[in-house]
Ligand binder design. Structure first.
Ligand code: NAG
Ligand code: NAG
Length: 339
């Protein structure tokens, strides 16, 4: 009896509180370790350290007035490339161009108008490039449109996210493919996202005007990856390669489409955990310039390393179907190049 009471007393007054304190410390310790790992990952994350030069090479970067596109253009200009900034907002693009020329001392940076949400604009841009540029070594599909809730249609009567992120780049690739083949070995780089796993491109509804754009952003990224896989297959033996990538989660303007107050809550997390645009452009730059990758095609990269894809985007018969649907959506004509 006395022994039992003594045990009970020690259990209640000593062991139990000690367990609680130990648990709290364990949780705090775990959170600390997770933060440390995350910070370490952020600051050691894939950096492309080679100083490979790009003198004499011509590169197109779409959507580069800000974020990772701007840093990609700057990095390639620093390496000596002729950089064609393909942008929707010419006023902003000219300012960014001046800033890039100023910081890299490379005057071979030019701006051209390209609105990927308009097939007419894509055709105009491609015709101009085809006429004025004797060669094209790298085409970087960087531009991306994201909105969370607001449904929008383009001048072509197509859902905005899908046309800007997938159909526009699909058409542009077709219209520039002859120039890329002529310039081989040449490359196409597609900026996708690991968030492709959250959605899938609906082959039966290729113009999903009633779906919320937040979902369609992920679906368009899945389409980007399927496009890369099928394009690589079709380009075998041409000397033109295509690879896609996940840039990481980046603190760029694309997050401003998140409505308040969610964006204010997200802000500190974004600042703390997300990559800066300069860190975010590393994998794009690697795929555009690394000599070791000259013959690598149809692959997916993240943090400057090859990464695996989920089974949904490894299905080549699905990739082929998405390709055929896309050919119809962009109204590829008899005179247009086929790939
Ligand atoms: C590009 O120009 C070449 C001639 O230099 C022409 O044969 C080809 O059809 C043009 N392609 C496009 C897509 O305009
Ligand atoms: C691959 O895609 C095709 C076409 O969409 C589909 O019919 C088939 O079930 C898919 N296969 C697998 C293993 O998911």
């Amino acid at each position: 009896m006395i022994v039992a009471e003594a045990w009970k007393a020690s259990y209640l007054y000593w062991v139990f509180p000690a367990l609680i304190v130990a648990t709290v410390f364990a949780i705090l310790g775990l959170i600390g370790v997770i933060f440390a790992i995350r910070l370490f990952a952020k600051y050691t994350c894939g950096r492309f350290r080679k100083t490979t030069r790009m003198d004499g090479k011509t590169v197109i970067v779409t959507g580069c007035t800000g974020g990772i596109g701007k840093e990609t253009a700057r990095d390639l200009a620093k390496r000596g490339a002729r950089v064609i900034m393909a942008c929707r907002n010419l006023e902003v693009a000219e300012k960014v161009k001046d800033e890039i020329i100023d910081s890299t001392k490379n005057t071979q940076v030019i701006v051209k108008k390209l609105d990927l949400s308009s097939f007419a604009s894509v055709r105009e841009f491609a015709a101009d490039i085809n006429k004025t540029e004797p060669k094209l070594d790298v085409l970087i599909h960087n531009a991306g449109y994201a909105d969370t809730f607001k449904k929008r249609k383009t001048v072509d009567d197509i859902e905005m996210t899908m046309e800007t992120n997938h159909y526009g780049p699909f058409l542009l690739t077709h219209l520039l493919i002859d120039l890329l083949k002529k310039s081989a070995p040449s490359r196409i780089v597609v900026v996708a996202s690991s968030l492709y796993r959250l959605a899938s491109f609906n082959i039966d509804n290729p113009n999903p005007v009633d779906t919320i754009p937040g979902y369609l952003y992920y679906a368009s990224k899945e389409a980007n990856i399927l496009f890369t896989r099928e394009l690589a297959r079709r380009l075998e033996g041409t000397g033109v390669t295509v690879n896609c990538l996940h840039p990481g989660l980046i603190e760029t303007g694309i997050w401003s489409s998140v409505p308040p107050p969610l964006n204010w809550m997200l802000f500190p997390i974004i600042k703390f955990f997300f990559k800066t645009p300069k860190q975010g452009c590393q994998t794009t730059v690697m795929l555009a310039v690394d000599e070791q990758l000259e013959k690598v095609s149809g692959k997916y990269f993240s943090d400057c390393r090859e990464s695996s894809l989920s089974s949904s985007v490894s299905n080549m018969s699905r990739a082929k179907k998405v390709w055929e649907v896309s050919e119809r959506m962009v109204k590829l004509g008899d005179d247009d190049p086929r790939i």
